[in-house]
Design a protein around this ligand. Structure first.
Ligand code: HEM
Length: 405
């Protein structure tokens, strides 16, 4: 049986994607859904997903859109190109993402997290008050824009990612994204015209691919990807982790007592609830996956989030275990397009957890008021996560910090 009703934009899917994936993997790991655009294939087994993600010759990213249903909010590079060109674009932006660049970013991340926690009162809403501003400010610093501009960029990206195609919110966000694209284009053109600067726009204006300068469009598309890449993904991950640690108080207690376990917890929680569910690829030649023939021109959804729960690769995949070594999850993809921001994302998540566990270790989620995102689509995260805080400890430390300052 190959037919399935898979549709990652439904409320049922958003309520529990993992159940949907489990069912799909057991019944039909290479399935065909007719949900959108004349249908698409969905792969949910680890080995198939991994192999096809690595096979960029047959499973191409060089397409107008990698979303299902098809929608093109403007090209993003390098993600919508194939090697070797994609690899050449990556080289231009790679210096922003090296281990040393991330180490230099860490004090700023810590400052952004503490600024957010300082503003917490007896209650807080973790998405708006912490999960959005931290990656938002990090992204502004990466592209060299003023920190305080983060809502202008982050809120439209977030609205775009979390509302279904055709909704008024998504249409408005699409217009705002067009305005951001114009700002990026002005930035790049300004640097080309000789305006001084040592920021991402300057790097892109001076960058070369395959022995020639990037075109204006290529530079803009690459900067847009840097703006897009780090926002909704990290926002979702912060929320998912905070929620999980409210369910599993025993793990929270261990992490409070032994903060050196936080990096392993970050990775395991990224496996357990991958924020990016998957992206599509276009098939460039007739092929076969898991005994199914897939034709040239068809679209395939590579469900990294599903692969991460495959019992053939992960023992007891529906449990969070800090002793998974190795932990070859596909949360950041794999191969030539593997997330260039993975080290940065891990640093952000580690610092957020470390500071939360140090400053508000007794936070309690108001579960009745947690809201899922309107549409899960590509990213699995929550819209609102209200929490209650234990004031004394949090205020105590805030006060000491204020006295020191
Ligand atoms: C938990 C957080 C994150 C997750 C789960 C995540 C996930 C992913 C995934 C799955 C891909 C591969 C896409 C594909 O193969 O089609 C990717 C690519 C990418 N990510 Fe991330 N990402 C995260 C954070 C970040 C951050 C913080 C940045 C930078 C600010 C970033 C920038 C990028 C870029 C530029 C690409 C494109 C790489 C390429 O095409 O070569 N990501 N990300």
């Amino acid at each position: 049986m190959t037919h399935c009703e898979f549709d990652h934009h439904t409320a049922e899917f958003a309520a529990d994607p993992w159940r949907v994936y489990r069912d799909l993997r057991q019944r039909c790991p290479v399935a065909h859904s007719t949900a959108y655009d004349g249908g698409f294939w969905v792969l949910s087994g680890y080995r198939d997903v991994r192999r096809c993600t690595l096979d960029t010759g047959v499973f191409s990213s060089a397409a107008d859109d990698l979303l299902i249903p098809a929608e093109n909010p403007g090209r993003l590079l390098p993600v919508q190109a194939d090697p070797p060109l994609a690899t050449a674009y990556r080289r231009v932006i790679n210096p922003l993402f090296t281990a040393s660049a991330v180490a230099a970013m860490e004090p700023h991340i810590r400052r952004y997290v503490d600024q957010a926690l300082d503003a917490f009162a007896d209650e807080a809403e973790l998405v708006a008050d912490l999960a959005l501003p931290v990656p938002g400010k990090v992204t502004m610093r990466l592209v060299g824009w003023p920190e305080q501009d983060w809502p202008d960029v982050v809120l439209p990206i977030r609205a775009f990612s979390t509302h279904p195609v055709g909704s008024p919110e998504r249409d408005t966000a699409g217009e705002q994204l067009a305005a951001i694209r114009r700002r990026v284009a002005d930035d790049v053109r300004g640097r080309r015209a000789g305006e001084p600067g040592n920021d991402l726009a300057a790097r892109l204006a001076a960058g070369t691919v395959q022995g020639r300068p990037l075109t204006d469009d290529e530079a803009v598309d690459t900067m847009m990807m840097v703006l897009f890449g780090g926002v909704d993904t990290t926002v979702a991950a912060i929320g998912n982790m905070a929620l999980y640690l409210d369910e599993d108080r025993e793990l929270r207690r261990r992490l409070v007592e032994r903060p050196e376990l936080v990096p392993a917890a970050v990775d395991e929680l990224l496996r357990y609830q991958a924020p990016v569910q998957g992206f599509a690829r276009f098939v460039t030649a007739d092929t076969e996956v898991g005994g199914q023939r897939i034709g040239r021109g068809e679209k395939v959804f590579l469900a990294w989030a599903a692969a991460n729960r495959d019992p053939e690769v992960f023992d007891d995949p529906d449990s969070v275990r800090l002793d998974r070594r190795p932990n070859p999850h596909l949360t950041f993809g794999i191969g030539p397009h593997r997330c260039i921001g993975a080290t940065l994302a891990r640093a952000e998540l580690r610092i957020v957890l470390e500071r939360m566990l140090a400053r508000i270790p007794d936070y309690r989620v108001d579960w009745g008021a947690v809201e899922p995102t309107v549409s899960c689509g590509t990213t699995f995260g929550r819209q609102r996560i209200p929490v209650y805080l234990t004031r004394d400890r949090h205020r105590g430390e805030g006060k000491q910090r204020a006295e020191r300052a």
